[in-house]
Design a protein around this ligand. Structure first.
Ligand code: GNR
Ligand code: NI
Length: 172
């Protein structure tokens, strides 16, 4: 397993629409293993393949408490549908938008249908942070970032903050 580089804004690849996976084979499992290791190292609770520069419809997540038993989840070709009229705000962050945290409104509950690590069809009912994270990751597959859900002013401020932090890191 290898930790891969996580790409950050304004990398144009983050706006790409990812392509469906044709078969869940060992090559794809190797990608998912790398994604999980990269996510744990970051650390983060979710990661979409495009965040390591691979435009495939693949997501990994783990919402288990840090220090406890890992509970990795792998989603290939996921399809999402809201299962409640209710909406909820959560403060979101994104490994591709470092040090930016803002409240985003999303469906409070949703259902994901997907292929798992072995290529078997699964369905997962999501609430709470899992529902938020699932919708955040699904957005990545469509080239959408959480800052795209904010006001133009907040989005501009977020983009500038990341650019400024990048410059500071380069000059350090
Ligand atoms: O690690 C992450 N935490 C998080 C917190 C609230 C809502 C969404 C997320 S996903 C994020 C990792 C990431 O960027 N996934 O794409
Ligand atoms: Ni993200």
């Amino acid at each position: 397993m290898t930790i891969r580089e996580i790409i950050t804004i304004p990398d144009p690849r983050l706006k790409q629409v990812s392509a469906p996976v044709e078969t869940v084979d060992d090559d794809l499992r190797a990608l998912m293993d790398d994604m999980l290791e990269t996510m744990y190292a970051a650390p983060g609770i979710g990661l979409a393949a495009i965040q390591v520069g691979v435009p495939k419809r693949v997501i990994v997540m783990d919402l288990a408490p840090e220090g406890g038993t890992p509970e990795p989840l792998y989603f290939v070709n996921p399809v999402i549908e809201p299962t409640s009229e209710e909406h909820a705000f959560y403060q979101e962050g994104c490994l591709s938008i470092p040090d930016v945290y803002e409240d985003v409104e999303r469906a409070a509950e949703c259902r994901i249908s997907y292929l798992d690590y072995n290529g078997d069809a699964q369905t997962l009912e999501c609430t709470g942070l899992l529902a938020t994270c699932a919708q955040h990751e699904m957005d990545h597959l469509e080239g959408v970032l959480f800052i795209d859900h904010l006001s133009r002013l907040k989005r501009t401020m977020a983009v500038k903050k990341v650019a400024k932090l990048k410059r500071a890191a380069e000059n350090a």
